[in-house]
Design a protein around this ligand. Structure first.
Ligand code: C5P
Length: 220
């Protein structure tokens, strides 16, 4: 990675995991730590980019020298990405976004004394932020998505990735395997980068900062 090869480029990255409120004290969430997205922000900044990080409930500190916009829910993340997208050259959706949110958010704490032995939650689909960003991108803008999958088999992982890249309409898709002890919380990552046609354009394994630089090599 040549220092300065993203000089002056504006890079917008979402990182972390969204939280969907159930009531004032509870949420539906996921195990994303935000480490890979934060590493991308750090790597892009060190290569000269002007970086905006849309941060959803990070477990790590954002890097110095990047603009940070804090959000929590998928809809807040969507609004922040939409507001910043027009000005950027590269958009990276590294955040783990909740596919669904509760239909209603209780005004007060949900009480088991009222809900009994079983509680059914009704959920509604969140907007697909990546697909919308890809559909609205202007010429020259590069849109990158992530696919965190639990498939153990690499061929199955690739098949899911190829279907996803065409469904989302993004320029590149970074596939990584996640599980109870893999991917989200870890300091290391293993990824395969696909282009818009589903062809493998890069593969990387190791510390998340090094993986971030291999992803940015593709962008450059
Ligand atoms: O559809 P799926 O969640 O598997 O796709 C993952 C990719 O889509 C990630 O880049 C994630 O940030 C993005 N995503 C999104 N909006 C959603 C769900 C996922 O932008 N509602």
């Amino acid at each position: 990675s040549a220092a300065g090869d993203l000089s002056g480029r504006r890079v917008l990255i979402s990182a972390g995991g969204t939280r969907e409120a159930l009531d004032p004290v509870r949420f539906l969430g996921n195990r994303s730590s935000g480490k890979q997205g934060v590493a991308l922000a750090e790597a892009a900044a060190s290569r000269g980019a002007r970086v905006t990080l849309v941060a959803a409930n990070l477990e790590v500190d954002p890097p110095a020298g990047v603009e940070v916009i804090r959000v929590s829910s998928a809809r807040e993340l969507n609004a922040a990405m939409q507001a910043a997208a027009g000005d950027t050259d590269v958009l990276i959706m590294a955040a783990a976004v909740a596919d669904y949110r509760p239909v209603t958010v209780a005004e007060g704490k949900i009480k088991k004394e009222h809900t009994g032995d079983r509680l059914t939650l009704e959920l509604v689909k969140n907007p697909d932020i990546l697909a919308a960003l890809a559909a609205a991108r202007r010429p020259g803008q590069i849109v990158i998505g992530f696919a965190a999958e639990t498939e153990a088999d690499t061929d199955a992982l690739l098949a899911l990735g190829r279907a996803k890249v065409s469904r989302k309409g993004c320029d590149f898709l970074v596939i990584n395997r996640v599980g109870w002890n893999e991917g989200f919380a870890s300091d290391d990552n293993t990824v395969i980068v696909l282009d818009a046609h589903g062809a493998i354009v890069n593969e990387a394994s190791g510390a998340k900062l090094s993986v971030a630089n291999r992803i940015l090599d593709v962008v450059v």
